[in-house]
Design a protein around this ligand. Structure first.
Ligand code: ATP
Length: 236
């Protein structure tokens, strides 16, 4: 059953249009990925779903109901949580304090400090440590954990792997099946195509603000993906 639907979305920043006629579907418990080069519009799409970017036209629906008129905090209470690019954790607060703040506007559910630490063992020994003393990977785990504390139905993940060593990325991605098993659907935005395709049931590729390709990762060829990603042959 469809949980989240984006329909013919146009959005941007003031006069600048960043998204053109973007549509996608996310089913309950599903993981979809959105891939594309720098500036393709991936982050803008996540922000439009979370309500932090103005839409020009189109619709965003949760359980078939439009949420376009809702503020970001209202969308969070409806179950849409964003892990923004760059993490934006509270660096002067401890790991535990960051997590507790994430639970402040919370729906009921099974995520709490203990279950976050189970999903992200790399945080276990640092619960009382100031967040600015964490490594990049630990900070990313904390950013995801903080979003999970709101007990979301949809988790929007923006560039989880950015700037992190492959082994750390592997540790972070290992938590995604645990999150899905708890009933949370995922929208994974990545420039790292391999990582995104491996972690998702369906992928959307963006190019210059539009969806240039979509499909099941197992059914798309490397050639189709690189054409849609880089726009090669698009004007041939
Ligand atoms: P990246 O991986 O570099 O973040 P992206 O695919 O997420 O790329 P967006 O960040 O969504 O792309 O950017 C889409 C377009 O919107 C780009 O042309 C970008 O320059 C522009 N843009 C992004 N943020 C703003 C902003 N705050 N004000 C104006 N333009 C913006």
């Amino acid at each position: 059953m469809t949980l989240l639907e984006v329909k013919n979305l146009d959005a941007g920043y003031g006069q600048f249009q960043a998204l053109f006629d973007v549509s996608l579907n996310l089913k309950e418990g599903e993981a979809i990925s959105v891939i594309g080069a720098n500036g393709a519009g991936k982050s803008t799409l996540l922000k439009a779903i979370a309500g932090t970017v103005n839409m020009n036209s189109g619709d965003v629906l949760l359980d078939g109901q439009s949420i376009c008129d809702m503020q970001p905090h209202e969308r969070l209470l409806q179950g849409i949580a964003l892990v923004p690019e760059g993490r934006r954790i509270f660096r002067s607060l401890t790991v535990k304090e960051n997590l507790l703040i994430g639970g402040y506007s919370s729906r009921s559910g099974s995520w709490n400090v203990a279950s976050i630490l189970e999903a992200f063992p790399i945080l276990e020994n640092f619960i009382g440590r100031d967040a600015d003393r964490l490594s990049g990977g630990e900070q990313q785990a904390l950013a995801i954990g903080r979003a999970l504390m709101s007990n979301p139905r949809v988790l929007l993940l923006d560039e989880v792997s950015l700037g992190l060593a492959p082994i750390v990325v592997k540790q972070l991605y290992a938590a995604l099946p645990i999150i899905r098993n708890k009933g949370c659907a995922l929208v994974i935005v990545e420039q790292d195509t391999n990582q995104a395709l491996a972690a998702s049931d369906h992928t959307y590729c963006m190019l210059e603000g539009r969806i240039s390709l979509e499909g099941k990762p197992s059914e798309l060829t490397r050639e189709q993906i690189s054409q849609a990603y880089f726009g090669l042959g698009a004007h041939a």
